[in-house]
Design a protein around this ligand. Structure first.
Ligand code: GLN
Length: 511
């Protein structure tokens, strides 16, 4: 490979996907392996190894999730202003590797320190790799949503593998003959560090194929490469130092959930104010597009609040109220299905849906972004109605059908595929170059709020089910799902109704 493509050449790719998307695909796939591998171990480790009470462990798990996505906003902001996407990715990756090594050395003693490194690291990594995918496409290229759909499969391959292997090694149900009994958790966290290193190396070895994509806005343009002008270099060091200084602060905050509430009250409004301030520097058309992006961000909070029941109330529902037989002959743990079905469905159907978008675009029949979002909500509503419907396939003991539950997951996934990759894509189409990172960060910040609200929803359904019979639990949970189905359908209908207006008035020429 003697010739590196220019940006023009990259964006003028033939076929369905640009070649560079595969490099970002693999880098993100391994990053998500580490992220979901670690996330899958947190609650279990806190309860069984750090001997925390269930409730405390759950709250702290929620806190880590809120922080992880909240920091994407800050990571995106500094990428736009100072580091550029490449340096942000590199720095984030290094922090994540360091955090995982710390956990591998002594997870009991350094638990919150290691986790905090990972929170900050993810903030620098996650939004910015997504933004780089968008930069491979020219404005108006109809293949962009399909690219993000493909990228989304990569995310889920990583999530599925990491989620499965890490906890199994940690619990000692896998590689039992190779890993000494007392070291299973060290090895599991060590695996996270190794895999994150693979992610970072994949990026480092392929970044030179990306022309100018992701270079720092402050780089010294008179020199090749990505080094920042000497007079501005201290900005770069200040960002690195700021990241490191935040770590002990995060450690304190994650350990005390009261701070999380405060943090959530402050960071969202602060992000909005910052965005409004930035808007004053942009033209009317750009500001209108940013408002369209904001509409997507706000709706995505509702989507994730319902979707993320997966890690909360649906886990409990799966444990209490489902049989363990799929299609009458496959024996499966219902919690395993709850954890894996979504990722598996995404892996297989994300590229299919991407190709459907491309085919529809050729016939000029592709629905626009708002309608896709609306469809996402309608599928979500249907799926939660099916979760509700499990009650019609239940025994008197309150044990419902795993088949129906799995079908609901299939439909949830269709909804997710109409919204999540499309949202990533929309952030990159609707934001002006200088705000790409910030807007992607805000997109993920909405996930932080979604997770947060999901916890509140879940807790409100759970209410006082402890004394209820299993059958009553089935009734209480499924009633909750029916309510959520209604909210989702209302959101979907609103979006589809406002679609023509938003498209004409806010989105300009953007599809
Ligand atoms: N599952 C996706 C990912 O990990 C989306 C996460 C989100 O936005 N909440 O990238």
């Amino acid at each position: 490979m003697s010739h590196h493509q220019t940006l023009e050449e990259i964006q003028d790719f033939k076929g369905k996907y640009p070649r560079q998307i595969w490099y970002l695909f693999f880098s993100e796939m391994w990053e998500r392996f580490s992220f979901y591998g670690m996330r899958g171990m947190l609650t279990y480790f806190m309860i069984n190894q750090l001997l925390m009470e269930d409730k405390t462990a759950n709250l702290q798990y929620g806190a880590t999730q809120a922080f992880v996505y909240a920091f994407t906003f800050i990571g995106g902001l500094f990428a736009d202003k100072i580091l550029g996407f490449r340096k942000s990715l590199f720095w984030g990756g290094l922090l994540m590797i360091t955090g995982s090594i710390i956990l591998a050395v002594d997870p009991h003693q350094f638990f919150f320190l290691g986790i905090s490194f990972n929170i900050i690291g993810t903030g620098f990594f996650k939004p910015n790799i997504s933004t780089m995918v968008g930069a491979l496409y020219k404005d108006g290229d109809a293949r962009r949503d399909a690219g993000f759909s493909l990228f989304y499969s990569g995310i889920n391959i990583g999530a599925l593998l990491g989620g499965y292997f890490c906890i199994s090694i940690g619990k000692g149900t896998m590689l039992t003959s190779m890993v000494p009994e007392g070291a299973t958790w060290n090895v599991a966290f060590g695996l996270v560090a190794v895999v994150m290193t693979i992610s970072l190396l994949t990026f480092v070895y392929t970044r030179n194929t990306m022309a100018t994509i992701g270079l720092s806005p402050l780089r010294d343009a008179s020199k090749p490469g990505n080094s920042i002008q000497a007079s501005k270099r201290w900005y770069e060091y200040a960002v690195y130092a700021g990241g490191l200084i935040s770590i002990p602060i995060i450690m304190k905050m994650v350990a005390n959930p009261v701070y999380v509430d405060w943090f959530m009250y402050i960071v969202g409004p602060a992000a909005l104010l910052w965005l409004f301030y930035e808007m004053t520097k942009h033209s009317g058309a750009e500001v209108r597009r940013l408002f369209a992006a904001l509409l997507f961000i706000v709706f995505s909070v509702i989507f994730w609040a319902i979707f993320e029941q997966a890690g909360g109330s649906l886990t409990i529902f799966a444990a209490n109220n489902l049989d363990n037989e799929l299609l009458g002959f496959i024996k499966l743990d219902p919690n395993g299905v709850n954890n894996a079905a979504n990722s598996l469905f995404v892996i297989f159907f994300a590229p299919v849906i991407g190709l459907i978008w491309i085919a529809l675009a050729k016939k000029k029949k592709e629905p626009n972004t708002i309608v896709k979002f609306g469809l996402g909500f309608l599928f979500l509503g249907l799926a939660f109605y099916i979760f509700f419907g499990t009650r019609f396939f239940a025994t008197m003991e309150g044990i419902a059908s795993l088949d129906v539950f799995t079908l609901a997951y299939f439909v949830v996934t269709l909804g997710e595929l109409c919204l999540s990759p499309i949202g990533l894509s929309a952030m990159t189409k609707l934001s002006p170059a200088r705000l790409q990172g910030l807007m992607m960060g805000m997109w993920f910040l909405a996930s932080a709020y979604g997770q947060y609200v999901a916890g509140l929803f879940g807790a409100s359904i759970a209410g006082d089910v402890t004394t209820a019979s299993n059958y009553d639990k089935l009734m209480i949970y499924t009633q909750g799902y029916k309510d959520m189905a209604i909210y989702a359908v209302i959101a979907g209908v609103i979006l589809i109704i406002v679609a023509p207006f938003v498209r004409k008035r806010l989105m300009g020429h953007v599809h």
